[in-house]
Design a protein around this ligand. Structure first.
Ligand code: EPZ
Length: 470
């Protein structure tokens, strides 16, 4: 029995344009339901796709606009449902959002006002981004109301680091049955904060709160992913004073006023890694326009070890399967500059085709191999060990919920009916179906539209063989 079948579909009330478009296209093609597609596998993906701004930067940059007294312009905003969720929330708080050509969005924050919980909840959707509104709303309104969060089911996804940090700034956190209410009766003051783990979200929480707090904030054990550095660049453009010290320490001097910014979002590293893996799995050749080497170096090293070929060009990176056997590897996911946890799912599909035994040790989330069930039903041989691998000195202290997947290949994948469990796992199912022998039906495609812009169009442009209606 495929355990994925019980995963509740992402039925968040706000239907974003991206999701609707992709679903309508999907429905038009195969007619099964608007949220599922049918694919004939075995065709290599070849051609060019343009990667847009990073889902995990653009959404935070939109929240940062709330801190500016004047309008902001963000370029390369991806047309994905996570972005639509943040747009809905900003508009609930009175921000005027306008979308221009080629993903250029403007945010006019001249009139920011309180919102009712029901309105906030209606727009929060299956996203974790609402928690990042705390600092900006406390600065602008003196209060913040955050509903319970969504996000991919890849672990417990707690927010204790966020709430502990906000309390250190002087916020009063009141948990209610609807979510959390925050106030700052004495304003927000700079604080000394040390994160128990270099959490991306908690680092963003501290940055978005500290920039307008009174005094200096020292953040220790911070995340320093490229998306964090891009958010720091945006905040600096707005007037913030932030320095990134050695040893993951970030210093922020609070200022009295921030202006709007103009910024082109960093490209989406996770999307690049996904398409690179797709080229390998389908024995294809994909040029990813907009991909840059610097932020992808760790991935490129592993890609080369597996046997993938890539060519760094000025305006992107070409990824292809050069022929020959793929080789097994041992990977441990880590914080930047390690191998990102978001990269392991699509690459594991390629490892099912490698000649030998690969090991992927997941150290960031406690349930990030859920997608392997469907791959095993398609013929893969993936064994997930709940206890992870024996500890040895590492960048980040070992935590007791790590896991390891043992992938034995090569295995022949055959088509199956698949229910997509989460965003990155869903992309893995897609590329497995594209490379499998026979037909696959993939449902709950809406989750994939959360993070991959116009996924159906891009797959079709690369030669994916969809089964058409009628
Ligand atoms: C961000 O999630 C990304 N999401 C994730 O991408 C990414 O996998 C992750 O960072 C790690 O790089 C967005 O930016 C929207 P964390 P985030 O806080 O911020 C624990 C995707 O597919 N933790 O770095 O939620 C947490 O449980 C998504 O695009 C606490 O314990 O990740 C996890 O074990 C998936 N308490 C670890 O830290 C907290 O308060 C890392 O989480 C916060 C986090």
């Amino acid at each position: 029995m495929n355990p994925l079948v019980n995963v509740a579909p992402d039925t968040s009330p706000q239907h974003d344009s991206a999701r609707q478009k992709d679903s309508q296209k999907a429905g038009a093609r195969v007619g099964l339901t608007a949220d599922s597609i049918t694919i004939n596998g075995g065709k290599p993906l070849t051609g060019t796709i343009a990667v847009r701004g990073a889902k995990n930067l653009a959404t935070k940059a939109m929240v940062a606009a709330l801190l500016g007294e004047t309008p902001s312009l963000l370029k390369d905003v991806p047309d994905i449902s996570d972005v639509q969720v943040v747009r809905g929330l900003l508009e609930v708080y009175g921000v005027k959002v306008t979308t221009g050509a080629r993903g250029e969005w403007t945010f006019d924050t001249g009139k920011v006002e309180s919102a009712h919980f029901a309105e906030i909840d209606a727009h929060a959707g299956a996203s974790r981004i609402p928690i990042l509104f705390c600092g900006p709303l406390l600065h602008r309104l003196g209060e913040a109301r955050i509903p319970d969060l969504g996000g991919c089911r890849i672990g417990d996804r707690p927010i204790d680091f966020h709430l502990d940090a906000l309390r250190k700034f002087g916020a009063v956190v009141d948990k209610t049955y609807e979510g959390i209410n925050l106030t700052a009766p004495n304003g927000l003051k700079g604080a000394l904060i040390e994160l128990p783990y270099p959490s991306v979200g908690a680092t963003e929480q501290v940055l978005l709160t500290a920039v307008r707090a009174q005094g200096i904030t020292e953040l220790k054990n911070a995340a320093i992913e490229p998306e964090i550095m891009d958010l720091i660049a945006i905040l600096q453009k707005m007037g913030a004073i932030i320095s990134v010290e050695p040893n993951r320490v970030i210093l922020i001097e609070g200022v009295d006023r921030l202006e709007g910014y103009t910024h082109r979002a960093l490209f989406d590293r996770n999307e690049v890694a996904s398409w690179a893996s797709a080229a390998l799995v389908t024995k294809g050749d994909i040029f990813v326009q907009g991909a840059r080497q610097t932020e992808m170096m760790t991935f490129l090293n592993v890609y080369r070890k597996v046997g993938g070929a890539f060519d760094i060009q000025e305006d992107g990176i070409r990824f292809w399967h050069p022929g020959g056997d793929l080789k097994p590897v041992t990977i441990e996911t880590d914080v930047h500059p390690g191998f990102m946890t978001d990269w392991q799912q699509p690459l594991i599909v390629a490892l099912t085709q490698a000649h030998g035994v690969s090991v992927v040790h997941e150290t960031v989330y406690e349930n990030r191999f859920g997608f392997s069930e469907a791959l095993n039903e398609m013929g893969a041989d993936i064994v997930v060990h709940k206890e992870g691998l024996p500890g040895y000195p590492r960048r980040v202290a070992r935590r007791d919920f790590e896991q390891a997947a043992i992938i034995t290949g090569p295995t022949k994948l055959h088509g199956a009916n698949i229910y997509v469990p989460d965003l990155r796992g869903g992309f893995s199912h897609l590329i497995a179906a594209l490379s499998a022998e026979g037909q696959s039906v993939i449902s709950n495609m809406g989750i994939i539209s959360r993070g991959y812009e116009h996924i159906i169009d891009k797959l079709e442009a690369l030669g994916a063989d969809f089964v058409y209606e009628g």
